[in-house]
Ligand binder design. Structure first.
Ligand code: GSH
Length: 209
């Protein structure tokens, strides 16, 4: 069975959403990122991945895959009939990679990561200013589209929906982009997305308690 190392509401949530949208069972291992420990294992998360970051997907053959973009596409390709990624060779497959890269670098690493990991000593002013311009890109793209790529839900939507969910705790109101607010609502109305978020939000509360 596939196994996913995750931390509640971290970027690994997109992988949980993808697994659920694909209808794939997995064993989930919760990681405490601050201490790099695995809740149900022998403890040291660095023994699972030298990167010390989630997601880590353990494949059926025991290989480990990291990086949201790779993990999400791998999951999508396990169940091509679900249409979670366009087929390789289709130009939309590269559109999908374009969005996965954009979310992972321009939104996650440029804004969410520093906001959650570093103290605001003034150094967050530039990322905060830039995120407004960054988010105007998917906002414009989604003006008359339901999904990021093509006309159906893909793993790129799982990735963006996760990033948008974290805007509020990061102090940014998604409502300033009505198309993004409406998109996030649509994504959250999907049963798999709703269930994945509810599961991790509950775990997050337990961790915080
Ligand atoms: N480039 C990686 C970034 C993964 C990442 O930064 N994950 C965060 C959680 S959202 C993490 O585990 N951070 C812990 C750390 O970097 O120490 C990816 O796209 O998967």
């Amino acid at each position: 069975m596939l196994q996913l190392y995750f931390s509640p509401m971290a970027c690994s949530l997109a992988s949980r959403i993808a697994l659920m949208e694909a209808g794939l069972d997995a064993r989930y291992h919760q990681v405490h990122l601050a201490t790099k420990s695995v809740a149900d294992g022998d403890g040291d998360f660095h023994e699972i991945s030298s990167k010390g970051a989630v997601p880590v997907l353990v494949l059926e053959n025991g290989e480990r895959l990291t990086e949201c973009a790779a993990v999400l596409q791998y999951i999508a390709d396990l169940k091509p009939e679900r249409g979670l990624a366009p087929r390789p060779g289709d130009v939309d497959r590269y559109r999908l990679q374009e969005w996965l890269s954009f979310v992972g670098t321009e939104i996650h690493k440029a804004f969410l990561f520093p906001t959650f990991w570093y103290k605001d000593d003034g150094s967050l002013a530039k990322p905060r200013a830039r995120i407004v311009q960054t988010l105007s890109v998917p906002a414009a793209h989604l003006k008359d589209r339901e999904f990021l790529v093509g006309d159906r839900f893909t793993v790129a939507d799982a990735h963006l929906a996760w990033a948008l969910l974290l805007l509020r705790p990061a102090g940014v109101d998604v409502k300033q982009w009505p198309t993004l607010a409406a998109y996030l609502e649509r994504m959250q109305a999907r049963p798999a997305v709703r269930e994945a978020i509810a599961t991790e939000a509950a775990l997050r509360k337990t961790v915080a308690a």
